[in-house]
Design a protein around this ligand. Structure first.
Ligand SMILES: Cc1cc2nc3c(=O)[nH]c(=O)nc-3n(C[C@H](O)[C@H](O)[C@H](O)COP(=O)(O)O)c2cc1C
Length: 429
């Protein structure tokens, strides 16, 4: 089980640890499935979409696309049938914020999926769950069976005439299958490679049909918004980015775990107030937003963690993973570590991704062994820039951000390695 740190606000994690996730009765006792009842009995599909649009909810899977707009595009697509997909692949190292929701409150995700289905006119949903999340898969399966028994799923739900079903698809351990179009290929039984975009999923997604794909955390926000209203939701977070974010905090902090906090919280607050502060050493850097996220130095400890503020600085909030590192961490070793991940997980479909990830790792490894040349630093940057422009999907496009930010703060450390010394003593030169 993932440990929950003391969250200052609980919208998404509200029931986690409070109710028995294997009991639909306990979920219902907390107001569960009331939102489904409300939309099916009292709201037109376009009213549901308008409420989600008004809430300002943005996708929590990384790209921060406005959820209501995604639903509207899908509902207006001419083709049928339409599909709902919940992205529960969560394959990025350091990202474990969907897992407590899957394990702790599966019905909330089901409820979000049913409402999404009703809003866009879809009658079938898939949830793509990371294969290693055995407990999540088992609990979700149980929750689906209970929801069917209680007639929240199946034919003529709550005698409304609306039909909806959900099927679980297990991932097979590929990070790139979390990318929305690769995920769809994977569900279709193909090798999970990203597709060229456009067309985007709302017009051509699963089986080339209109598809809404949303992250677990995004969908877990839906029922509370329907029940309490868009204005209530806008009462949390910032004007541009309402609501909360679930952060997965790991690394050299006293307490590793997840914390739900309003959008706009600072890194300093997360580390000091919720993760118990640094474990031993002094703060050196944090990678925010997962492996593809930026490296933030001490000067960024008070920056507002929300999509809009970080975007203005050329940074990303991504999935909300926060990896905190102290002074014992070697920057070159750290870069090598995540480039190794990118290289291993790249699907190989596009040349910039396939060759670029390999070359980046090769150059960084040689620097870490004291065999680097001074212009290697430029070469890393230039390679990552070309990949950003020419890669097919965000996997190849994203190494530029961690690379450019780690070099912004710690270029000197790279030069030291080239001169034959690892300042932290991590690299064996
Ligand atoms: C390599 C890669 C991996 C991704 N992995 C995930 C993932 O595990 N879960 C997720 O929700 N989104 C992931 N995404 C983002 C999805 O492509 C997509 O933006 C998201 O599922 C949309 O849902 P949202 O609008 O609710 O955020 C990934 C993207 C890339 C490029």
């Amino acid at each position: 089980m993932v440990k929950e740190l003391k969250s200052p606000v609980r919208i998404v994690l509200e029931n986690c640890g409070k109710i028995n996730p294997e009991s639909i009765e306990e979920y219902i006792a907390q107001g569960g499935y009331k939102a489904v009842n409300r939309v099916l009995q009292e709201m037109k599909p376009e009213e549901v979409i308008n409420e989600i649009k008004a809430s300002g909810l943005q996708g929590r899977g990384g790209a921060a696309f406005p959820t209501g707009l995604k639903w509207e595009f899908t509902s207006r697509a001419k083709d049928t049938p339409r599909y709902i997909i919940c992205n529960a692949d969560e394959g990025e190292p350091g990202t474990f914020k969907d897992r407590p929701i899957l394990e702790g409150d599966p019905h909330k995700i089901i409820e979000g999926m049913i409402i999404a289905g009703y809003a866009v006119g879809a009658h079938y949903g898939y949830i793509y769950i990371r294969g290693e999340y055995i407990l999540s898969i088992n609990r979700f399966q149980k929750a689906l069976e209970q929801a069917e028994e209680h007639r929240f799923l199946g034919e003529d739900i709550l005698e409304s005439g609306f039909n909806f079903q959900i099927e679980i698809h297990q991932g097979a351990g590929s990070y790139v299958c979390g990318e929305e179009t690769a995920l769809m290929d994977s569900i279709e039984g193909k090798r999970g490679n990203p597709r060229f975009k456009p067309p985007f999923p709302p017009s051509s997604g699963l089986w080339k049909k209109p598809t809404v794909i949303n992250n677990v955390e995004t969908l877990a926000n839906i029922a509370p918004i329907i029940l309490k209203g868009a204005d209530w939701f806008r009462g949390f977070g910032t004007k541009e980015c309402p609501g909360t974010k679930v952060y997965a905090v790991s690394g050299h902090v006293k307490e590793v775990g997840v914390v739900e906090a309003p959008m706009g919280i600072t890194l300093r607050k997360i580390i000091n107030e919720y993760a118990g502060g640094m474990r031993q050493g002094k703060f050196k850097m944090a990678q925010v937003g997962g492996t593809a996220g930026a490296i933030l130095g001490e000067d960024m400890l008070d920056v507002s963690l929300d999509y809009a503020s970080l975007k203005r600085k050329g940074l990303v909030l991504g999935s909300g993973a926060i990896l905190v590192m102290d002074e014992t961490t070697c920057c070159v070793d750290m870069l090598k570590c995540f480039l190794n991940f990118f290289k291993r997980e790249c699907c190989g479909k596009c040349v910039p991704g396939r060759i670029g990830t390999e070359k980046l790792l090769e150059i960084t490894t040689s620097i870490s062994q004291g065999k680097g040349k001074e212009d290697d630093i430029d070469l890393i940057l230039q390679t990552a820039k070309v990949m950003q422009k020419a890669s097919l999907c965000a996997l190849g496009q994203s190494p530029i951000l961690p690379i450019s930010t780690i070099l912004k703060y710690f270029k000197e450390e790279f030069i030291e390695h080239i001169k034959g010394r690892c300042p932290t003593g991590v690299c064996k030169i």
